[in-house]
Each structure stands twice: as structure tokens, then as C-alpha cells.
Design a protein around this ligand. Structure first.
Ligand code: 2P0
Length: 319
């Protein structure tokens, strides 16, 4: 127990280069594959927890239905021992629910803030394991740069670790295609994707791609990193299109048009590979030298789309 009034933690979001897209155990959020991500500098969630009379949630100053957060706090109480009701106050600098994985930074920041508030002495890996129960992708948002979430075999050994690489001049051009709320939640999307006849093959292929991705990162081969990430992402989205339980897509027409331009950029000699998540946005993997040029190239062709340049970000921090 603690006599502290409150505690604040900051977690940055992450983009998977080898995706998590399916659950071996939906209750425990155990994944069917290991995944690898890059934490980004530009997007983060800052979360303060304060002692209160009941659990509640405020995001960007707006009260929310805090059911998911309340359930997660109860999981932490079961795992770690009881603590008082908490008011959770979140400042979210991630475009919400449009495929930029705000749940990753949100559940990482919340887990870290609650742990620090309660004076739990936990390693980053132990925090990652706990955060998994809130949202799978949150496991990877504790670490600077690259992280690997090892799928593990059970609740005890499924968590992420930092994946140290040589210094890489990597950058992402983030194409913010639509800020609208997604129609298929990640959990529902995964459940449906797992009904694709191609699912088992994707799981096998993903393990090979992860092994190759590690090698490419170690040898600073950004071209290969991009190729592998794009292949992995396109195959993930193909599972959605081939789901036998109501096939679906997160792409819209702008997604398809940007993907065409990514091919055109490559033909012109640019380093440019695309990755997409549970929304219409496209993130283009490139290097820091070419990122502003790619941004200018696309901004000229897509007047209505906004573009950011994102670079590797830090691990969890506290205020
Ligand atoms: C990922 N995504 O690896 C994948 C790729 C989106 C596409 O993890 O159900 O919000 O809370 O565990 O973490 C988004 O799913 O899903 C996600 P839950 P989560 O980043």
C-alpha cells in the first residue's frame, strides 16, 4: 500500500514490422505468433493514476466508459494484490482508433503508472507481461527502439523484450489517411482472420520472416527490413480478405492509392516499403535522409492526406 496521491507514466506507441494477428488464448491474450516492433518518438500516451472512490477513466479531458480499464485494473488486483480505486487520467497523443495502435501506449502507460503508484518492484519484462492482459501490442511499448514479443507457451512466459540492434537511420512516413473510428476491433478482426484457410501458413511464414528480420536488423539492411515488413503486413491483410467468417478489410481507396505510389517510389529508386495495421493508414518504412523527400512527393499527390515523419522512440518513463 502507498500514501502517494498519484503517479504518472509515459509510454510511446509502437508499429509492428512482424505483426501480432491472432490469439492462441483470447482470455490471456496469448498470441499465435511472436511479433517485432519499432517504438516511435512522435506518438505517446501520458497517464496519471490517482486514488479515488471508484475506478474511472478520462481521455484527453473527456470522461469515458471505463469498463475495459476497470476490468484490467481488476486483473492487476488479482495478479498483484488489492489496491484502492483509481481515477485514470490519460493524455493521448496518438490518433485514436485509426490503426496507430493507441491501445499499445495506453495499456503500457497505465500498467507502469499503477505499478509505480503501488511501489511494485517489477522489471520491464514483468510489466510487459502484465500489460499483455490489457492489450497484446502494449507488451512492446516498454522498450526503446525495437522490441520482440515472444509468444511463449503460457501466461508466465509471453512478454516482450528489447531487441538491441546497431544504430539504424530508420524513419517512417506516416500517412494519416483517415481519423475515423475503425469498424472492426482488433480482437474481432483477429478472430475472423483466424478463420482464413491461409491462417496456418501465415503463422509458419511469420516465424521465418521474424528470423530473417532479426538478421536484416543486425546487418543494418533496411531494404531487407522493408521487404520483410511489407510482405508480412500484406499477408496479414490477406487473411482478413479471405476470412470465412465474414471477410473484411481495413483498407479504403486512399490506402490502395498510397500503396500504388509506394511501388512507384521504389521504381524511382527510393527506399520505401509499406506496413498497415487495424485501420486505413499506411506507414512507409524508409531512412531518415529520404523521409522528407517521400513526404513531399506524396503531399503533392494527396492534398487531403496528412503526413508525419516518425523516428525511433524511447522506452517507458515516469514524471
Ligand atoms: C500489431 N495490431 O502487432 C497488430 C497488427 C494491429 C495490426 O496489435 O486484442 O489492440 O487488445 O490484444 O494489441 C492491435 O491489436 O489487440 C495490434 P488486443 P491490439 O501491432
Amino acid at each position: 500500500m502507498t500514501d502517494k496521491k498519484g503517479q504518472t507514466a509515459i509510454a510511446h506507441t509502437n508499429i509492428a514490422f512482424i505483426k501480432y494477428w491472432g490469439k492462441a488464448d483470447p482470455k490471456l491474450n496469448l498470441p499465435t505468433t511472436s511479433s517485432l516492433s519499432l517504438t516511435l518518438d512522435e506518438y505517446y500516451t501520458k497517464t496519471r493514476v490517482e486514488k479515488a472512490t471508484e475506478d474511472s477513466l478520462l481521455i484527453n479531458e473527456l470522461p469515458q466508459d471505463g469498463k475495459r480499464v476497470h476490468q484490467f485494473l481488476n486483473i492487476l488486483r488479482e495478479e498483484m494484490g488489492d489496491f484502492p480505486p483509481l481515477r485514470v487520467i490519460s493524455e493521448n497523443r496518438v490518433p485514436l482508433s485509426a490503426g496507430l495502435a493507441s491501445s499499445a501506449s495506453s495499456f503500457a502507460a497505465l500498467t507502469a503508472a499503477v505499478a509505480k503508484f503501488n511501489n511494485w518492484d517489477l522489471s520491464l519484462e514483468e510489466l510487459s507481461r502484465l500489460a499483455r492482459r490489457g492489450s497484446g501490442s502494449a507488451t512492446r511499448s516498454f522498450f526503446p527502439g525495437f522490441a520482440i514479443w515472444e509468444k511463449g507457451t503460457d501466461d508466465a512466459d509471453s512478454y516482450a523484450k528489447e531487441f538491441k540492434t546497431p544504430e539504424l537511420p530508420i524513419a517512417l512516413v506516416v500517412c494519416k489517411i483517415s481519423g475515423t473510428v475503425k469498424k472492426v476491433s482488433s480482437s474481432d478482426g483477429m478472430r475472423r482472420a483466424q478463420t482464413s484457410p491461409n491462417y496456418a501458413a501465415w503463422v509458419d511464414e511469420s516465424a521465418q520472416q521474424l528470423a530473417e528480420m532479426k538478421k536484416a536488423l543486425f546487418s543494418s539492411d533496411l531494404e531487407r527490413v522493408g521487404q520483410l515488413a511489407e510482405a508480412n503486413a500484406l499477408a496479414m491483410h490477406d487473411l482478413n480478405l479471405t476470412a470465412t467468417d465474414r471477410r473484411f478489410t481495413y483498407f479504403n481507396q486512399d490506402t490502395m492509392k498510397v500503396l500504388e505510389q509506394v511501388k512507384a517510389l521504389r521504381k524511382e529508386g527510393y527506399l520505401a516499403y509499406a506496413t498497415m495495421d487495424a485501420g486505413p493508414n499506411v506507414k512507409i518504412i524508409t531512412n531518415q535522409e529520404q523521409a522528407p523527400k517521400i513526404k513531399a512527393y506524396l503531399a503533392e499527390r494527396f492534398r487531403k492526406i496528412q503526413f508525419d515523419i516518425a523516428t525511433p522512440g524511447p522506452g517507458i518513463s515516469y514524471e
